[in-house]
Design a protein around this ligand. Structure first.
Ligand SMILES: [Zn+2]
Ligand SMILES: [Zn+2]
Length: 346
C-alpha cells in the first residue's frame, strides 16, 4: 500500500518521542499489513520513551514505538495463508526464528534468536503496522474490540498464574501494575481460594479489589509477611506471582511462601538481586519459575476462552482510552502510576 501515515516515533536517543508522518510500511512475503484499530501502552514502551539503560542498549532510532495491537488486515504477503484481508487480528509480539533448538522443541516463545515487535522492529503506535504471519492471532468475534490489544499482556498474566497451578490454593500477587491486576482476575478465574495482593498505590489497590482480590496489603505501611501468615492460617501462601521486580518485594514475597511452595517471576529487577538461597529457597524446597512472554499459542487460547465465556472481565483494568495524538499524556499517566492499561487509538 502506498501513502503516508502518522506514527509515534523515537526519532533520536534520549527522552520522549514524536508524532510524525512516515511512509506506510511495505510487507514481505510472510507478513501482513494491518489498519490499526487499537493499541495499548506497556511498561516496555514507557522505558523506551523515558530512555532507560535497557532502552539505550537495545533500541536503534528512528523506530516506531508500541507492540500491543489489534487491527484489520488490509494486505497479505504472497506466502501468507493463515489470514485474509478483512480479518480482525491481534498480534503475538515475540518473533521467533523458527529454526533454533527452542523453536524446534515447542518453545518458540523463548527462541534463541528472538526479536520483539516494537523493540527490534518498527512497532504499532501508527495508522498501519506490519505483523509476521507467525504472530497473527485471529480474534474471536465475541472479544470486545477494546480488549483485543490487551490480550498480549493478559497472556503474560495467564502464563505466570498458570505456572502456579493455583486451583484451591492461596496466592500472593506481589505488585499490582497492569499485569499484576490482570493476574488477580486470572487467579480468580483459575480457582485460587484466597488472593492476597501487595501494592502500595491506592489507585491500583482499588482496581485489584474490583478484579477479585480478597485481601490487599500496602507493604510500605504493614508487615507483609505477618499479614500474609495471618490471612492463611499461619501457613503462608502456596504460590507467589512476583510482578514488581522490586528487590525488597521479591525477598519479602519469598518469606510469605509456605515450605514446599512456588514462585513465578515476571517482573524484571533492574539490577542484580541478593536473596537468602539457603533459608528462603533450598531449605524450604521452593520452586522458582522464570516467565517471559506467553506460550505460542496455548496462552492465547486460554485468554480467548476466559474472555469468551466471561470468566474474566478486563473493564476495571482499562482505565484510559486516548487518541494516538495524546501519547505524551499516556506516558505522563504511566509515570504517575495512577492508571492501569491505557488504550491508544489512531
Ligand atoms: Zn507489552
Ligand atoms: Zn528460534
Amino acid at each position: 500500500m502506498k501513502g503516508k501515515m502518522k506514527a509515534v516515533v523515537k526519532t533520536k536517543p534520549g527522552y520522549g518521542a514524536e508524532l510524525i508522518e512516515v511512509d506506510i510500511p511495505k510487507i514481505g512475503p510472510n507478513q501482513v499489513l494491518i489498519k490499526v484499530t487499537s493499541t495499548s501502552i506497556c511498561g516496555t514502551d514507557y522505558h523506551i520513551y523515558t530512555w532507560n539503560k535497557w532502552a539505550e542498549s537495545v533500541i536503534k532510532t528512528p523506530q516506531i514505538l508500541g507492540h500491543e495491537v489489534a487491527g484489520i488486515v488490509v494486505e497479505v504477503g504472497e506466502n501468507v495463508s493463515k489470514v485474509k484481508v478483512g480479518d480482525f487480528i491481534s498480534a503475538e509480539t515475540h518473533i521467533p526464528c523458527g529454526r533454533c533448538y527452542q523453536c524446534e522443541t515447542d518453545k518458540q516463545h523463548v527462541c534463541a534468536e528472538m526479536k520483539i515487535l516494537g523493540v527490534h522492529t518498527d512497532g504499532v503506535f501508527a495508522d498501519y503496522a506490519v505483523i509476521e504471519e507467525v504472530d497473527v492471532w485471529i480474534n474471536d468475534p465475541s472479544i470486545p474490540p477494546e480488549f483485543a490489544s490487551v490480550q498480549e499482556p493478559l497472556g503474560n498474566a495467564i502464563d505466570t498464574i498458570y505456572a502456579g497451578n493455583v486451583a484451591g490454593k492461596n496466592v500472593l500477587i506481589s505488585g499490582a501494575g497492569p499485569i499484576g491486576l490482570l493476574a488477580v482476575g486470572v487467579a480468580k478465574a483459575f480457582g485460587a481460594t484466597k488472593i492476597v495482593v501487595s501494592e502500595p498505590n491506592k489507585y491500583r489497590q482499588d482496581i485489584a479489589k474490583k478484579m477479585g482480590a480478597d485481601e490487599i496489603i500496602d507493604p510500605t505501611k504493614e508487615d507483609l509477611e505477618y499479614a500474609v501468615k495471618n490471612a492463611t492460617d499461619g501457613i503462608g501462601v502456596d504460590f507467589v506471582a512476583e510482578m514488581s521486580g522490586h528487590p525488597v518485594a521479591l525477598n519479602t514475597a519469598l518469606k510469605c511462601i509456605c515450605t514446599g511452595g512456588s514462585m513465578a517471576l515476571l517482573g524484571f529487577p533492574s539490577d542484580k538481586v541478593s536473596i537468602d538461597l539457603t533459608n528462603d529457597v533450598i531449605l524450604k524446597e521452593i520452586t522458582l519459575i522464570g516467565v517471559t512472554g506467553r506460550k505460542m499459542f496455548k496462552t492465547w487460547y486460554i485468554a480467548k476462552r476466559l474472555l469468551k465465556e466471561k470468566r474474566l472481565d478486563l473493564t476495571p483494568v482499562i482505565t484510559h482510552q486516548l487518541s494516538l495524538e495524546e501519547f505524551d499524556k499516556g506516558m505522563e499517566l504511566m509515570k504517575s502510576g495512577n492508571c492501569a492499561k491505557i488504550i491508544l487509538k489512531p
